[in-house]
Ligand binder design. Structure first.
Ligand SMILES: NC(=O)CC[C@H](N)C(=O)O
Length: 305
């Protein structure tokens, strides 16, 4: 299949959508990006990659980081992790507080903010003040790139404006489901969200999930087959918050979005994909990114269904 030609076709077809959607501005530093961008990368297991737009241009990965922290926590804790965070879709916005109260501080899944904050807390219990370094080192390894780092301005902006996240962590702490100091956990969470990566780096970093837990570049096993399956399943059912059903319906692939405008997706046992376009739909997922992935699976027939 001529993936490059398909990406170029998609790039033309999405142009009409540039007037739609809105860049995230509740984190002011995120609103500084050029809204009319479109970048897409596809990477096969033999390292061949295809792309349109500036595939090396970096953006804030935001909630895509939750895939990495979930991998690390699941690897450490196995199914005990589910005593602290569930694996059901929430059907609520990514930063919603409502379920937490009537579900006793146990977030529905690790891909909404509440669940990701608990996941990060489980890592802080083990790695203490080195937790962010531990997360970043893992990302560098799976992306095969030592230069990856976080953006201090975005981190500061989240710290100064992340009122919902502070509300979430305090609420969860009141149910004793945060075991470490609020500041340590929230600082780590905001830093992981502020990590900057390109579509090319993110596509590489998802290869281990697409390839049953083994990074095909190095042949290193990072998680078991079963845990790679669970990560993919959660990406399919929870990766786009209250639009997860819509994403599965339209795209038909496990995927994870971030409010920075990136979406990663995998075609199990075949390839990984990353798309970036910062204007978001009402549920906080890249509007053009979702459309581009829908076009990709329609044109290639490569969905999991
Ligand atoms: N959906 C997202 O990407 C949200 C992440 C963002 N850092 C927040 O906590 O609000």
């Amino acid at each position: 299949m001529n993936y490059q030609a398909i990406l170029e076709e998609i790039e033309k077809e999405i142009q009409a959508l540039f007037s739609e959607g809105k860049v995230a501005d509740y984190i002011p530093a995120l609103a500084k990006v050029d809204p009319n961008q479109f970048i897409m990368s596809v990477r096969l297991f033999d390292g061949t990659s295809f792309g349109v737009g500036d595939v090396n241009s970096k953006f804030s990965i935001q909630s895509i980081s939750k895939v990495f922290t979930f991998t690390l926590a699941l690897h450490q804790y196995g199914r005990d992790l589910y005593q602290r965070v569930g694996h059901e879709p929430s059907g609520d916005p990514f930063n919603s507080l409502v379920q937490l109260e009537y579900e006793n501080g146990i977030p529905r899944n690790p891909f909404i903010n509440a669940g990701a904050i608990v996941t990060t807390d489980t890592l802080v219990s083990i790695h203490k003040k080195y937790t962010f370094k531990f997360i970043l080192d893992f990302i560098k390894k799976v992306a095969n790139d030592d230069t990856i780092t976080y953006d201090k301005d975005i981190y500061k902006s989240e710290l100064e404006n992340g009122f919902k996240n502070f509300a979430l962590i305090n609420m969860i702490k009141s149910y004793n489901n945060i075991h470490n100091k609020i500041d340590t956990v929230i600082n780590t969470y905001f830093k992981q969200c502020s990590i900057m990566m390109s579509t090319s780096q993110l596509a590489q970093s998802m290869q281990y999930i697409a390839n049953h837990g083994v990074n095909p570049l190095t042949n290193e096993r990072l998680i078991s087959i079963s845990k790679a399956k669970r990560t993919s399943s959660l990406m399919l059912t929870c990766g786009h918050y209250d639009a997860s059903g819509d994403f599965a319906y339209k795209v038909g692939l496990p995927g994870k979005s971030g409010v920075g405008g990136g979406i990663v997706a995998i075609v199990p046992q075949k390839m990984s994909i990353c798309v970036y376009s910062p204007k978001l739909n009402a549920q906080g997922n890249s509007l053009i990114g979702t459309k581009a992935l829908e076009l990709f699976t329609s044109k290639t027939g490569l969905s999991i269904f």
